[in-house]
Ligand binder design. Structure first.
Ligand code: UDP
Ligand code: MG
Length: 321
């Protein structure tokens, strides 16, 4: 029988976990397949781990891994995927924003022969500013990245074993899972769904974490920003050349320029603006280089992507990462 493994990253989710256990189990029992869940505790400081252990003791389809500290959502998802043993792997958030009741539609698509079925958000129940940032990010990203990363999709998806094996073989540290999933190829399809509000608890993605995710998406998948530096430098140089030519001609024919009102004036403001502008351009370009350099630094250190602290229900299946 087909086995479905669901990976659920959990970071301080004690309020929502009891709801999740009930709703998810009820939904999964309607699928008519063999299933298990791997919850990854991403270094929570509340009673998340105690609740996960308790659930694993009650129902051996629920298993759990604990990371040694908060490694971040993308790493938690990657660690879960790495240990998933199903023929199909589902990635879903703990907060029930992505309803588990919808998953049967995704599994049907997988049965039709798609290797990746990802969720496309039809509506978001979040503030206008956050919605706008997401909207803008996906459009900027689409312009910069050469592989087609579908718009308005998150990590909520169903993946075939073949795709999971490709993801597991990627040693990247700054992981942008939805990008890696698109990169893998195979037959992919999006299904629309309505993203609900969080069932309980507060948002765990801080603005900083979201910004890191956005930067990982762009700088791990595109070298266009590097070219942007070149083009910007080139355009500014052209502008400067035009200025030099203008000044030169003006010096040669001062009367002509005077007669049309272009009298040479001592240009304090011009100089200050030019210096500030060029300083800004140079720092921006250095910053862009820094983004890539930092990522190269992370890769060459070759540290493990995550560290485990504990697990329940997975004994004997956890090789060193
Ligand atoms: N999460 C995590 N580690 C983190 C932050 C979040 O594992 O450092 C998990 C969190 O428990 C949830 C999922 O990632 O299951 C999505 O987080 P959240 O709902 O806070 O963010 P959203 O994507 O809804 O803005
Ligand atoms: Mg959420």
């Amino acid at each position: 029988m087909t086995k479905v493994t669901c990976v659920i990253p959990c970071y301080n989710e004690q309020e929502v976990l009891p709801l999740l256990f009930d709703r998810f189990t009820a939904a999964a029992e309607t699928w008519g397949v063999d299933w298990n869940v791997i919850c990854v505790d991403d270094g929570s400081s509340d009673s998340t781990w105690a609740l996960l252990r308790e659930q694993a003791d009650k129902d051996d389809r629920w298993q759990a891994l604990a990371l040694a500290r908060n490694f971040g959502h993308q790493t938690a998802v990657s660690a879960g995927i790495y240990h998933a043993d199903g023929d199909v792997v589902v990635v879903i958030d703990a907060d029930l924003q992505d309803p588990p009741e919808e998953l049967h539609r995704f599994l049907d698509k997988w049965r039709e022969g798609y290797q990746v079925v990802y969720a496309v958000r039809k509506k978001r129940k979040e503030g206008p500013l956050k919605r706008f940032c997401y909207w803008a990010f996906y459009r900027v990203m689409a312009q910069l990245v050469s592989i087609p990363i579908p718009l308005d999709t998150g990590d909520f998806c169903v993946m075939d074993r073949k795709v999971v094996d490709v993801l597991n073989a990627m040693p990247e540290r700054n992981r942008f899972v939805r990008g890696l999933r698109a990169w893998a190829g195979f037959k992919q399809v999006g299904l629309e769904y309505e993203r609900h509000a969080r069932a309980a608890g507060d948002v765990k993605y801080t603005f900083r974490k979201l910004l890191k995710l956005a930067f990982d998406g762009i700088f791990s998948f595109s070298v266009v920003p590097l070219k942007f530096a070149t083009w910007l430098g080139f355009s500014v140089s052209l502008l400067a050349l035009a200025g030099i030519l203008f000044t030169f001609v003006q010096r040669l024919f001062p009367d002509l320029f005077n007669s049309v009102g272009l009298r040479p004036v001592p240009g304090f403001a011009t100089i200050v603006i030019a210096i500030l502008f060029l300083g800004g351009v140079q720092l921006t370009c250095l910053g862009i280089l820094g983004e890539y350099l930092g990522r190269i630094f992370d890769e060459v250190k070759r540290r493990p992507q995550w560290v485990f602290r504990d697990n329940v229900g997975l004994q004997g299946r956890i090789p060193p990462p």
